[in-house]
Ligand binder design. Structure first.
Ligand code: ZN
Length: 283
């Protein structure tokens, strides 16, 4: 029997991880006076109704980055916080892109989820996008969420530290499958989307890990995996090492990647997928 609802897990007191049919993971952090939703998914289900089941408090909305599986549901809301470098990316998302992604992950999950791409919500308008960056903080009443810039996967990648709960939420900045897209949808070079940019972010995540007990990415349970586990603690150090090898020319490239990136380099707990023509800044 296929699963027909998104799966919700409380990963710390008042912190919920919402698995959208194996496509992405959203996080809801509930304080004493407000709540913060991090990422909006692809819009395959009624996200505001689900949030209403978890908290009656007013909810702020912030995104880790502008990709369709994280920003695709932003049309549910009037105001959404995001790094300005990803505004264009978020505004370029189409209904067709979100439906194609839903079909792709449904196929990869092998029928594990009963999710219909035709049910992906279309939105008549875009929300107002509000700029967010390094040093910003959401005070939810007894719970603080600090914002850090972690570009590489996208130019405007953001990570969020839930200070009191010691959780770091990183979107796709450092995944077991880290995708390094060199260009924006309009064909311009994506700044910091390079081995150099990703290496700086991997170093930063290692520094931030002293403030967190667990690091969660934007795909805690990919496809039919519903583990809700944080990323391996070694991963940021391994991704930094892979970036260094790419920069100094010692990396062992392999054929095969994802989402149009056909080359990868591997570490024990993950890989980087990249475009061999454009993995260094300025190429
Ligand atoms: Zn992404």
């Amino acid at each position: 029997m296929a699963i027909s609802h998104p799966i919700v897990a409380e990963i710390a007191r008042g912190v919920y991880c919402i698995n959208e049919f194996g496509m992405d993971s959203l996080f809801l952090i509930v304080g004493d006076s407000r709540a913060l939703l991090i990422d909006t998914g692809t819009a395959t289900f009624d996200l505001p109704a689900l949030i209403g089941c978890l908290t009656p408090l007013p909810v702020d909305v912030a995104l880790t980055h502008g990709h369709m599986d994280h920003a695709g549901g932003m049309g549910w809301f009037h105001r959404v916080h995001l790094h300005p470098a990803d505004f264009h990316l978020a505004r370029s998302i189409t209904l067709t892109m979100r439906r194609d992604y839903t079909r792709l992950i449904r196929r990869i999950a092998g029928g594990f989820f009963d999710v219909d791409a035709l049910n992906v919500r279309d939105f008549p308008r875009q929300p107002e996008l509000l700029p967010l960056g390094e040093g910003d903080c959401f005070d939810l009443g007894g719970v603080h969420v600090d914002v850090y810039e972690t570009p590489g996967h996208t130019p405007g990648g953001l990570s969020y530290l839930v200070r009191e709960q010691r959780l770091l939420i990183t979107g796709d900045a450092c995944n077991p499958n880290t995708l390094l897209f060199p260009f924006l949808p309009d064909g311009r070079r994506a700044p910091h989307a390079s081995a150099e940019g990703l290496m700086a972010t991997a170093r930063k995540l290692q520094r931030l890990s002293s403030l967190a007990d667990r690091i969660y990415n934007g795909h805690t349970g990919f496809a039919a995996d519903i583990s809700f586990l944080p990323i391996p603690a070694e991963l940021p150090r391994e991704i930094e090492g892979l970036c260094r090898q790419l920069i100094d020319g010692t990396a062992q490239w392999q054929e095969g990647g994802q989402m149009g990136l056909n080359t990868s380099v591997w570490a024990p707990h993950g890989r980087i997928c990249f475009d061999p023509q454009h993995y260094l800044e300025g190429q």
